[in-house]
Design a protein around this ligand. Sequence first.
Ligand code: ADP
Ligand code: ASP
Ligand code: MG
Length: 405
Amino acid sequence: MLVVQKYGGTSVGSLDRIKAVAEKIASTYKEGNRVVAVVSAMAGETDKLIGLANQLSQNPDEREMDLLLSSGERISAALTAIAIRQVGLKAMSFTGRQVGIITDEVHTRAKIERITAERVKKAVEEGVIPVIAGFQGITEKSDVTTLGRGGSDLTAVAVAAALNADICEIYTDVEGIYTTDPNIVPEARKLEKISYDEMLELASLGAKVLQTRSVEFAKKYNVPVVVRSSFSDNPGTLVMKEDKEMEKVVVSGVAYDKNQAKITVIGVHDKPGIAAKLFNSIAEANIIVDMIVQNVSSDGKSTDISFTVPKVDSKKTLNITKGIVTELGAKSVNLREDIAKVSIVGVGMRTHSGVAAKMFETLARQGINILMISTSEIKVSCVIDAKYTELAVRVLHDAFELGEK
Ligand code: ADP
Ligand code: ASP
Ligand code: MG
């Protein structure tokens, strides 16, 4: 088998951890597999580098940030290769550029356009274990890019697809994918398997166990992904195509996201073209808008529009919106950062009714006010006051009976 193994920040968080990872890789290799490893920066390293840049500038240039942040993964890749050599196997570390991970030019959240992987393929053929620095790529113009937070997951899945690997194993600090974050709800239950679509929703709604784009990629190229712990030998969770059994479960998980902010534009003209103007201006700045709520105007003249954006983009969005207030005919704009989004996800929702009502009722019973609601075929999300996040996750997990039986 050809196995791609990705090790996250905690898994390579110290030299002892790197030695343990080298042992794990070596034992997979010795079982007769070919192994390609992908590693994250050591735990806390990326945040530390961001902190350094922020001490120099409130708004550091994104191209420079990418070169800075890509260094975290280089360190752990080289150290891991050294550790593997130390246990007697051949290993070589590679940067994103050396692997030929070509991306677009959107710094700090670049998209992979293609992967050549020639150098890595050759290494594998020669019995070498390549250790790839995750999270990074290179533009056609030779500028270093990064793939967004958690982007080493994407490196792993994309490399697995490019090499036609039999499996992509994501090693992390929990035993698999759970019904909700096990660090918040200890009763959370580990899932044996989950569909790409459900995982895609959970990830995009905040479950950072897998980066959203990595799941999109896995689904598109049909890469079988297993999430498991680097601290044990337990089996983990398989992310795969939906099967009949999965539909029977109405709600399979609860997710939360504290990284969103809500912007409300008050009193905009109720006429065609206003929403287009507003959201075009935001899109031009490459900012991704998540939820949008527009009220029906009661007087036929003016209405309010609320929407959410990633917290890192909130100030930028506020400024853009303020800049076009007169064009929108709006009275004012306000920003709230102390919000969170809690969501329930399940493919069974397609065929069951009353799920949303039960969610609202559960939150109401705790006196939690809902600020915004959005739904899709397989999810319901509510924006609430951030201080109730953990409580909301726990009561929803309980109400939908997701815990250990
Ligand atoms: P890594 O550094 O290995 O990439 P991450 O911190 O990115 O690890 O992701 C693992 C974390 O994801 C867990 O420690 C857990 O707190 C969080 N998490 C959130 N939702 C879930 C979930 N449904 N199942 C498992 N872990 C989850
Ligand atoms: N080191 C990067 C981050 O912290 C990428 C990753 O860990 O996947 O976001
Ligand atoms: Mg991660």
